[in-house]
Design a protein. Structure first.
Length: 492
């Protein structure tokens, strides 16, 4: 025989499991409705980004290609694969964005059409860095150096008239910017012997004397720019009129290459060099997934926030010099404060919460009134454990009233009902219904036991002949009386 403590523990466990089942079944319709709406909202909003994105960079070895590698590593931490599309430069990057063959790309200032590209759905994720206009020339081009005098220098584009000048590839955007500079100086491309070699080939030709000058537009991170700055036979043109240029062409900025910044020990350059620079922006298509735009903007904050040759710390990225509308993701990453959950949640979870918080809030508002149906449903399910046995009790009572059932069979059925009632478990707050059922079973049994058995003559008149079997039915047997006594004692 099991101990009393074991019996109580088993009963409590069964009660707990039954209550949990009833609670889940009561909440089931509401959970199904909320889950269905949440799945539909997830499908419609599509909060998670695709796992691959195309980034238009630039020629191999350029600053664009270098930054493309760094962006690829940053996004790889979030399991996003960046497919880098090598191009001739900023002009090709913009063309790929316009055609939809790239989602993100590096484009320097002066390339984009603010109105046409804005209407085409191209947005800015922020300005990233300065790209100086480097005009390198062979040092002997400026003439011989007089004794005791500083080395002669070129300071104006007109001084390159008739010289062999390389202006980069057509897709780089450099020829278009140079044409604007020449126009301001009342010069034409025909006044020069122009070529369109790629930067690496132009650098080699310049050092070997096959070119007189080469124009590059690049960030200082370019390896070719640093090599030419350190070459003693190559000089850098000073743009002494840089302020005037920036007034005529608003996409240009005035910058200064500080003295000694290239090589402090060798004091290169020996004095500050005024230059012109464009601002390169990270552009994206408006139909690019918002989470991808957010990832690129966040990566830009980490990659371009340090001090450089032309800027101080945290000058970039910024939204002040953007020629195109800035996307909300870029503005929030650069100028805003990241949400609190971004510091504790992984990107996918934070992004899901950020994209769907409005839907989740709306579902909560919708579910609160509907949740009022849960307590009545729970109450109904708990009480139904008791009430469903009243149907059988009513059948027994109906047989008792009409005399259609045998007394022994009715007593056996009542005993079975009593055993079932003893196995029913309900919370204490619903125990009244359980004890009412058991009391009603006892009341029907008492009525059945109080009913007088039929007289032998009446039984014989209905049956037509006396029978020993009928006579035995008229009076309870000793076994039946003992069973009735046990049942009565159980309820007492």
């Amino acid at each position: 025989m099991p101990s009393l403590s074991h019996w109580n523990a088993t009963r409590r466990l069964r009660l707990l499991l039954q209550n949990l089942r009833d609670m889940l079944l009561s909440m089931g319709p509401l959970l199904l409705l909320g889950g269905g709406l949440l799945v539909a909202a997830y499908w419609w909003l599509d909060p998670q980004p695709p796992r691959q994105v195309r980034l238009a960079t630039g020629p191999a070895g350029s600053a664009y290609a270098n930054f493309g590698e760094r962006y690829a590593k940053a996004l790889a931490r979030e399991r996003i694969t960046v497919q880098q599309l090598a191009t001739q430069g900023a002009q090709d990057d913009l063309a790929l964005l316009r055609e939809g063959r790239a989602e993100v790309g590096f484009v320097r200032g002066g390339m984009a059409d603010a109105q046409a590209d804005g209407e085409a759905g191209i947005v800015s994720l922020g300005s990233l860095f300065y790209e100086a206009i480097w005009v390198f020339y062979r040092r002997e081009l400026a003439g011989p150096r007089a004794a005791g005098a500083p080395a002669p220098e070129l300071q104006r584009l007109a001084q390159l008239r008739g010289k062999r000048v390389n202006v980069d590839l057509d897709g780089s955007g450099v020829p278009q910017i140079m044409e604007k500079l020449l126009t301001l100086n009342q010069l034409r491309p025909a006044d020069f012997r122009l070529s369109h070699l790629e930067p690496a080939a132009a650098g080699t030709a310049l050092r070997k004397g096959r070119l007189d000058a080469a124009v590059l537009i690049s960030a200082p991170q370019s390896a070719l720019v640093r090599e030419l700055l350190l070459d003693p036979n190559i000089a850098l043109m000073r743009f002494e009129q840089n302020e005037a240029y920036s007034r005529h062409l608003p996409f240009l900025s005035t910058v200064t290459l500080p003295r000694g910044v290239v090589d402090l020990a060798a004091d290169l350059p020996p004095r500050d060099v005024p230059l012109l620079a464009t601002t390169t922006a990270l552009l994206a298509r408006e139909d690019t997934h918002p989470a991808l735009r957010q990832l690129f903007a966040q990566a830009a904050v980490g990659l371009h926030g340090e001090a450089g040759w032309f800027n101080g710390a945290r000058d970039f990225p910024n939204t002040r010099t953007s020629e195109l509308p800035v996307s909300p993701e870029g503005d929030r990453a650069i100028n805003g404060t990241p949400p609190a959950w971004a510091r504790y949640l992984p990107f996918w979870a934070g992004n899901l919460l950020e994209r769907m918080w409005l839907v989740i809030g709306g579902l909560l508002v919708l579910m609160l009134p509907l949740s009022r149906v849960i307590p009545p449903l729970y109450t109904f399910r708990v009480r139904s454990r008791v009430f469903r046995w009243y149907a059988r009790l009513r059948e027994v009572e109906a047989k008792l009233e009409t005399g259609s059932g045998e007394r022994e069979a009715l007593l056996d059925e009542l005993d079975e009902l009593d055993r079932v009632a003893h196995r029913i478990t309900v919370p204490l707050s619903y125990a009244e219904e359980l004890y009412a059922l058991r009391s009603n079973i006892h009341a029907v049994r008492k009525r059945l036991l109080a009913q007088r058995p039929e007289a032998p003559q009446a039984a014989q008149s209905r049956s037509g002949a006396p029978s020993g079997k009928n006579l035995r039915k008229g009076r309870p047997s000793s076994t039946a009386r003992a069973k009735d006594g046990r049942a009565s004692r159980r309820f007492r």
